[in-house]
Write a protein that binds this ligand. Structure first.
Ligand SMILES: [Zn+2]
Length: 213
């Protein structure tokens, strides 16, 4: 009898273990983001920056929204607010976890949707890449292109050109006015020339902060 009791408890343990493995596999498949840290968003600073309940300030990576006072800045902030304020988000860190201002660099997720991508898709941001933070580059450029093709947000009205052509760097993903001093620093084999400003945006380039093309 003692032997039977032991063997039935072993079978029971095996059944429980196999159920746990099945649950783990199912859960893992349904929720690939399940291992990411979850934190609530308590404040929106602008279109691409939020504050978390634990006090950290997060800069959403791969995107840039208009600065305060620029056209579209308020709409970008509203878009970000609608998506994440008061919600619990999951954080996926970039290659570098923080920037020189001490902000956390991350992709945010709600219900499996990437917030960074959603803001681009709504048309309130352009792509903003650093060489080491290209993880979701392709899907972010696709979201931007969809917004531009659909004339959403910043892309609703055609905007005037600011130069007769623009010079981009395939190595740094920035584009410049032809007379910008930074152009001299671009490696010859990395130079790309665009005749329209929006073509540079469309390919995932962001405007130089100095010459502001
Ligand atoms: Zn420049």
């Amino acid at each position: 009898m003692a032997f039977l009791r032991r063997s039935s408890s072993i079978s029971f343990a095996l059944i429980v273990l196999s159920c746990l493995i099945v649950l783990f596999l199912l859960y893992g498949k349904r929720d690939p983001l399940g291992n990411l840290e979850s934190v609530r968003v308590v404040r929106i600073l602008d279109g691409d920056t939020v504050e978390l309940a634990d006090g950290r300030v997060v800069r959403l990576i791969g995107i840039d929204t208009p600065e305060k006072g620029q056209p579209g800045a308020d709409s970008a902030t509203i878009c970000n607010t609608t998506l994440v304020l008061g919600r619990t988000v999951r954080l996926e860190y970039g290659h570098e976890r923080s920037d020189r201002y001490g902000r956390t660099l991350a992709y945010l997720y709600i219900d499996g949707r990437m917030v960074n991508r959603e803001i681009l898709n709504a048309g309130w941001a352009y792509c903003y890449f650093f060489q080491k933070n290209l993880k979701h580059g392709r899907e972010l450029v696709q979201a931007l292109d969809a917004a531009m093709d659909g004339h959403r947000g910043l892309w609703r009205e055609p905007r005037p050109e600011t130069a007769d052509h623009y010079i981009g760097s395939n190595a740094g993903f920035r584009f410049h006015r032809p007379n910008c001093p930074s152009v001299a620093d671009i490696r010859k084999d990395a130079i790309v020339v665009y005749t329209a400003r929006d073509s540079a945006f469309y390919h995932g380039f962001s405007p130089c902060r100095n010459c502001a093309p």
